[in-house]
Design a protein around this ligand. Structure first.
Ligand code: NAI
Ligand code: HPV
Length: 531
């Protein structure tokens, strides 16, 4: 008998098939503390959660029988995915079931914001008939900026068209073709900040999206903008938002999610006259809750019964024979993907992977998944993994083209990853190899031959090959307490375009990168962070 614990409020109707299964016992026990969960989790084969239960490393360590964690919803930021992967616990989510519901909540929030509905309601029921204070604005002919054009963002954009809004959309995976299909204008974050009347965010919370809208963005923002966040607390910097409202830059905000949930009683959003809030209700409709519960229940049953399943967020699924041959290359593949994605600023439309030498003799598709995961993880964070990476690429209209050649190109094995962007089909290329006795090496960056051991923190600089530039870079980093562990310079011709790759001991503050870019003869400076 498999034992399933449901630790958050999940639709009874949705989990009925689990309850009815004669090889499963379902127990509901919601609102438990971490200690309480640790005490009982050892008895269970599966855990079903929404966003309240924080599934920590401690809980998984105690969950010695745990085979699967089912998230009845999209975001898995409450689950320690790395710990689950390390323990071989499959994490699945229900990515499609609450899309429309959350999109509709976003609209409810946008309209409530435009017409001050919560504030007007509160006053009316107190007995005040105030028809002056709550002068609203129309949505028609306004510009809506959408940050994050995945499932929910795209649905929001579709509906905004029906309201007569113009849509500016930004997503690193949004191609011109898809933007045309959705009838939205492809924009940068900066375009949106400077031009939108309403802005809504629909990204996951990743290191890159955290405080993506903060002081610097508010400073140049179109005056009177209204901001909606039904995605994840922290994408918009809460304190900077309050300041921007109080300074008259932002006209109002509607938030369903908070950096810490529930927010503290003295949180500045609560009781602010221009901010309306809901307690993370985006996915809370009868329909969505049923959908997501049905989806996870179905997949949990498959997993418990050892049947094929989908929507895994973390599971490596490689046959042992293939694994033995390819395993040494997995880390290199992911590193190359991640490196390539981090040096590419424009939206990617095609991923080209070329396997040369030894790697042309085997089925490299498991390795391709690692490379694609490395590329996607930059923007999708924990959602991208080797199980779902190809699927995620496909749903984002990202073409993955793989070629194999026995030509050794001077190396026993060589993996070349090329990202083709929507910006004039610009190509960014990274090639790497596994050198016996030396480990992973990046041997080519765009057109430059290099020899780099991938490290946690590196800076890639493109500059003009002129005397003095290396000294200026070294001095600036030194002044900012960034220690250089190693440095390499590549160029094709004397005095021409050149690159510099610096390995540094710690994360490079953003303002140091800005200062680097301002140096004479220096074109770009990008930090590359590898795991
Ligand atoms: N309030 C609520 O109750 C709910 C919240 N959510 C949250 O809404 C968010 C979106 O969900 P879905 O649309 O289903 O996910 P999705 O994965 O389909 O879309 C997310 C999109 O964000 C994009 N993105 C990543 N980094 C970005 C960046 N730096 N700038 C712009 N775009 C970026 C990704 O490329 C992707 O297309 C997630 O955070 C999810 O957890 C989802 C359901 C309910
Ligand atoms: O699906 C998501 O990402 C959500 O944020 C919904 O969260 P919930 O299941 O309502 O706790």
């Amino acid at each position: 008998m498999y034992k399933v614990l449901v630790s958050d409020p999940i639709s009874d109707l949705g989990i009925q098939q689990l309850v009815d299964a004669n090889d499963v016992v379902v127990e509901k026990n919601t609102g438990l503390s971490e200690d309480e969960l640790v005490a009982i989790i050892g008895d269970y084969d599966a855990l079903l959660v929404r966003s309240q239960t924080r599934v920590t490393d401690r809980i998984m360590t105690a969950g010695t029988n745990l085979k699967v964690i089912g998230r009845a919803g999209v975001g898995v930021d409450n689950i320690d995915l790395e710990a689950a992967t390390q323990r071989g616990i499959i994490v699945i989510n229900a990515p499609d079931g609450n899309t429309i519901t959350t999109c509709e909540h976003t609209f409810a929030m946008m309209m409530a914001l435009a017409r001050h509905i919560p504030q007007a309601y509160a006053k009316t029921i107190q007995g005040t008939w105030d028809r002056k204070t709550f002068l609203g604005v129309e949505l028609r002919n306004k510009t809506l900026g959408v940050l994050g054009m995945g499932r929910i963002g795209s649905e929001v954009a579709k509906r905004a068209k029906a309201f007569g809004m113009d849509i500016l959309a930004y997503d690193p995976f949004l191609t011109q073709e898809r933007a045309d299909k959705l009838q939205v204008k492809l924009a940068s974050v900066d375009d949106i900040i400077r031009n939108a009347d309403f802005m809504t965010v629909h990204t996951p919370l990743t290191p890159e999206t955290r405080h993506m809208i903060s002081r610097a963005q508010f400073e140049v923002m179109k005056k009177g903008m209204r901001i909606i966040n039904c995605a994840r607390g922290g994408v918009v910097d809460e304190m900077a938002l309050v300041e921007a409202i109080d300074e008259g830059i932002v006209a109002g905000a509607a938030f369903d999610v908070f950096e810490s949930e529930p927010p503290a009683q003295d949180h500045p959003f609560l009781n602010h006259p221009s901010i309306i809030v809901t307690p993370h209700l985006g996915a809370s409709t009868v329909e969505a809750q049923e959908n997501v519960a049905i989806d996870v229940s179905e997949q949990v049953l498959h997993i418990l019964r050892n049947e094929p399943f989908k929507n895994a967020v973390n599971m490596p699924a490689v046959a042992p024979t293939v694994m033995n041959k390819l395993q040494p290359y997995f880390k290199l593949g992911e590193t190359l993907g991640s490196f390539a994605a981090q040096i590419t600023q424009n939206a990617v439309q095609e991923i080209r992977i070329d396997y040369a030498g030894d790697l042309s003799e085997v089925d490299t598709s498991p390795l391709t998944r690692y490379i694609v995961k490395g590329i996607l993880a930059r923007h999708l964070g924990g959602e991208a993994n080797i199980v779902n990476s190809m699927h995620l690429a496909k749903t984002r209209d990202l073409n993955v083209v793989v070629s194999q050649t026995s030509a050794t190109k001077g190396f026993t094995n060589l993996i070349t990853v090329t990202l083709v962007t929507t910006q004039d089909a610009e190509e960014r290329r990274v090639a790497g190899t596994l050198l016996a006795g030396y480990g992973e090496r990046i041997v080519r960056l765009d057109k430059f031959p290099v020899d780099i051991a991938p490290e946690s923190h590196q800076i890639l600089i493109s500059h003009n090959d002129k005397p003095g530039i290396i000294g200026r870079v070294g001095t600036l980093l030194g002044q900012n307490d960034v220690n250089i562990a190693s440095m390499q310079v590549g160029r094709k011709i004397i005095g021409g375009a050149a690159i510099m790759i610096l390995t540094v001991d710690k994360a490079v503050p953003k303002d140091v990168l800005v200062q680097l870019t301002a140096l004479p003869e220096l074109n770009t400076a990008v930090e590359i962070v590898l795991e």
